[in-house]
Ligand binder design. Structure first.
Ligand code: FAD
Ligand code: NAD
Length: 478
């Protein structure tokens, strides 16, 4: 194998931050021959987040939904540089990104800078805690592979500690109370997976906890899954009830301690009351917040002074107030929900735009060459021939330049709700279609298998599903 070639000085340097849904779908479609492409991300793999809730209970093993970024990049036509690092600051004036090696092993150099001509920010978002005390110390998030592993271990730790010899009844009850805060799709899917785990495996392995294991979902708003249609919200709530998952809506968590949460809700008299809810496992899924890199960048750009939820971008995904800086996915605000579906469409659109930009430059260079040739043409015949070529190229240029602004196509919302049921709001050509149940679950499964990153991932996920069905999930704690 050859060494990676040095950057080509005649090409612009395109720096891409992140290896998530937005950045990777950009890289997938990008013709890398046109630019010196540099990718910076602390995570050297792409993660298929829709199946992450299944990893928390071992229905799927996490490696089945990870795709090494190096494996993916080596198949690109022109080589792409990848640095496993966190971008710590974007200096817009100097057009550089500061990067830090945050891994365990550091060399002589672990912090440096990467200059860019063009920059795509696809760093995603952090977990929102709204400054509620104790969340970071005691709660577990569900965003990355490490989070899913921590949850899986904590579930088993709670079960084993609850069955410790001579454990007190109150403590058993606390340890086996699994609390999920946030009734968005992350919280709902996790609660469903956890109850599945209990129903099909845990209670067989540990009969002692059969009567005491309990899952509660806490949501501040009047209902869960606000982005789904009313009918599906009701279906989800009914299914949870049958599965004995408690839903506590209109309940806002205000404080978290090591052993209980404090939640505010309206009491029977309509007055606000605060109650202490003991828990063994606390999963915190209350949505997104800005990453420090993004909030720092917002401060540098006057046009971004009103940006709260992310970088404001225009319909071409250009970060407002900047030149040659684009943002995709959860860190960008373009009036769409922060979903994988949006991020991947944005990434793919941007790739098309960059490919077109390169083609445009190429055609324009060719055109200026031809016009010189036309001027210097020795005869009318030659001049006419060149003129025809110019006309042809101008037509091509118009076609290439014809790329419209980014428009999102909503294919629908899908969520797994446990006990082999799923809910789906699908937009068909003829209108909207809402469904819930086992058939939808089969649809959910096939849709997600289709969306997996690679054939390798698809096969691994199918094997995991079959494995957990036949042998049960693995309850060993590591
Ligand atoms: P991400 O995919 O989060 O990627 C961000 C990348 O940036 C990562 O590689 C990260 O390591 C990197 N990064 C972070 N900080 C830095 C830095 N300082 N410098 C450089 N790189 C950095 N959406 C759906 O549409 N359907 C679903 O079913 C669905 N299920 C979900 C389930 C779960 C459990 C979760 C958490 C989310 C789910 N989502 C789903 C939402 C979806 O995952 C996000 O909207 C999507 O990941 C956003 O893509 P992104 O590229 O903006 O960010
Ligand atoms: P979310 O923002 O969708 O939901 C968070 C919920 O937490 C909200 O309903 C909010 O009212 C509640 N909340 C906030 N603070 C609270 C508090 N103190 N106490 C109680 N409840 C509180 O977050 P998410 O579920 O993590 O989803 C994030 C994004 O990822 C969304 O855009 C979502 O659509 C997407 N996603 C999609 C899927 C899917 O399509 N299957 C799955 C997971 C995530």
């Amino acid at each position: 194998e050859e060494d990676q070639p040095a950057p080509d000085p005649s090409k612009k340097t395109l720096v891409v931050l992140g290896t998530g849904w937005g950045s990777v779908s950009l890289l997938k479609k990008l013709d890398t021959e046109n630019y010196n492409v540099v990718v910076v991300s602390p995570r050297n793999y792409f993660l298929f987040t829709p199946l992450l809730p299944s990893c928390t209970v071992g229905t799927i093993e996490h490696r089945s939904i990870m795709e090494p970024i190096r494996n993916f990049l080596r198949h690109k036509k022109a080589s792409v540089r990848y640095y496993e690092a966190e971008a710590t600051k974007i200096d817009y004036d100097r057009r550089v990104v500061y990067i830090n090696d945050e891994s365990d092993i550091k060399g002589d150099v672990s912090a440096t800078e990467v200059p860019f001509d063009m920059l795509v920010i696809g760093v995603g978002a952090e977990n929102a805690t709204f400054g509620i005390p104790g969340v970071r110390e005691h709660g577990l998030f569900l965003k990355e592979v490490g989070d899913a592993q921590r949850i899986r271990n904590r579930i088993m730790d709670c079960c084993e500690t609850a069955t410790f010899k001579d454990q007190t009844p109150d403590e058993i009850q606390r340890l086996l109370h699994m609390v999920v805060v946030g009734g968005g799709p992350t919280g709902v899917e996790f609660a469903g997976e956890l109850q599945d785990f209990f129903n099909s495996d845990l209670k067989k392995w540990i009969p002692d906890i059969r009567e005491k294991f309990h899952v509660t979902l806490v949501e501040a708003l009047p209902n869960v899954l606000p982005m789904f249609s009313k009918q599906l919200i009701e279906y989800t709530e009914k299914t949870f009830k049958e599965e004995t998952i408690s839903i506590r809506t209109k309940t806002m968590v205000k404080n978290v301690t090591e052993k209980y949460i404090e939640a505010e809700s309206a009491g029977p008299d309509g007055k606000k009351q605060v109650e202490k809810i003991p828990y063994g496992l606390l999963v915190w899924a209350t949505g997104n917040a800005l990453r420090p890199l993004v909030s720092d960048f917002i401060k540098q750009i006057p046009a971004q002074k009103d940006s709260r939820r992310g970088l404001a971008v225009n319909e071409y995904l250009v970060v407002k107030g900047c030149e040659n800086v684009w943002a995709v996915g959860d860190c960008a605000v373009a009036n769409y929900a922060p979903t994988a579906q949006v991020a991947s469409q944005e990434g793919a659109w941007l790739a098309r735009m960059f490919n077109n930009m390169a083609k445009t430059n190429e055609i324009e260079a060719e055109l200026s060459e031809l016009s010189v040739k036309q001027e210097k043409a020795p005869s009318k015949d030659v001049r006419d021939a060149v003129f025809t070529d110019i006309k042809e190229l101008q037509k091509r240029l118009r076609r290439v330049k014809q790329i419209g602004p980014f428009e999102y196509t909503h294919n629908g919302s899908l969520a797994y709700i446990g006990s082999e049921k799923a809910v789906a709001d699908i937009s068909w050509l003829s209108g909207n279609f809402a469904s819930g149940g086992t058939l939808t679950y089969i649809f959910w499964k096939s849709a997600y298998i289709n969306m997996c990153f690679s054939t390798r991932n698809r096969i691994l996920v199918c094997i995991d599903w079959a494995k957990s069905k036949v042998f049960g999930r693995d309850v060993s704690r590591v």
